[in-house]
Design a protein around this ligand. Structure first.
Ligand code: ZN
Length: 306
């Protein structure tokens, strides 16, 4: 097989896997790879990624002009072109709507807490690019903010985007994002996340070289965005201090109510008087308190001890 026919077959296979894993529905998603210095091989618009054939692909130049193919290139071609312009090292771009990661993108919750070592070494953090109308020039502009420093990002109210040094590398990053999102969701539903400390995060970053991982930017603890400037580092919300991990129950953080999964109706209990209606319900439900409510409960307990 020639290099081009191999890449066509690889795009078909990655599309099949994305559809089989539920990362796309109907005709969602798109995939592209570099085909030499100034040409791209790209999925066509309006096809299901689970049922593509190698002959369906389009060849375009880096300005988006179609050079070959019976079909028109992907409706998200502008986003792909922007990624290749900003990232000369990127050999492939994958876009999909994996449901859990996209749920985080809809909720406006970035995947930037240090929870899994593998995610920290490979992707660092996964920010959310601002909402933009799909297929318009707004979307490349939103992606531009993060793409120089990140190999993967969420797209607000839309999906996720990954790049890689080859097609499978870009695809596996999409798998990593969805897997990470599922684990994060479970941890948050359980009510706490055991965060990796900032010192440990930096140690993991130093190991990138030993693992042969080339990241586009270093991990940092502070916001890398300055005004409208593109991000220059991968911001991770790591707690300061060394010596391993720290238990951070979501339910005790003042901001938890706004940035975590909201409690189910009736699951709230405590001094606000919204107690469960029966003991059985009380056994099974999770109790969420605001910081103020928790402080009041503690003060009340101290008073009763006196
Ligand atoms: Zn999309």
């Amino acid at each position: 097989m020639t290099a081009e026919s191999t890449l066509r077959a690889d795009i078909v296979e990655v599309g099949r896997r994305m559809y089989a894993r539920g990362y796309t529905a109907s005709n969602d998603g798109n995939i592209s790879v570099r085909l030499g210095a100034d040409r791209l091989l790209m999925t066509p618009k309006s096809v299901c990624k689970g049922f593509m054939t190698p002959d369906m692909m389009c060849i375009t130049d880096l300005d988006g002009r179609k050079l070959q193919g019976d079909r028109d290139p992907s409706s998200e071609m502008l986003m792909h072109l922007e990624v290749y312009r900003q990232r000369p090292d990127a050999q492939a771009v994958v876009h999909a709507h994996p449901p859990t990661a996209t749920g985080f993108a809809v909720a406006g919750i970035a995947l930037d807490r240090p929870v899994l070592a593998e995610v920290l070494t490979t992707l660092g953090s996964i920010p959310i690019a601002e909402y933009a109308t799909p297929s318009t020039r707004e979307l490349p502009a939103a992606v531009r903010t993060y793409i120089k420093a990140h190999d993967g990002m969420l797209l607000a109210n839309h999906g996720a985007l990954t790049v890689g040094s080859d097609l499978y590398s870009a695809y596996y990053k999409m798998e990593t994002i969805e897997h990470f999102a599922r684990i994060s969701l479970v941890a948050r539903l359980l009510g706490r996340e055991n965060l990796i400390s900032r010192d440990e995060v930096m140690r993991l970053q130093d190991l990138r070289g030993a693992y042969g991982i080339t990241a586009p930017a270093p991990i940092c603890a502070d916001d890398g965005i300055r005004g409208s400037e593109p991000a220059t580092c991968q911001v991770v919300q790591a707690p300061p201090g060394g010596g391993g991990s720290r238990l951070v129950p979501d339910t005790l953080r003042p901001s938890a109510v706004s940035d975590a999964v909201p409690p189910a109706p009736g699951a709230r209990a405590g001094i606000t008087g919204l107690a469960p209606s029966s003991p059985a319900e009380a056994d099974g439900c999770e109790i969420r308190l605001t910081y103020r409510e928790l402080s009041a409960l503690i003060q009340e307990a101290i008073r009763s001890l006196r």
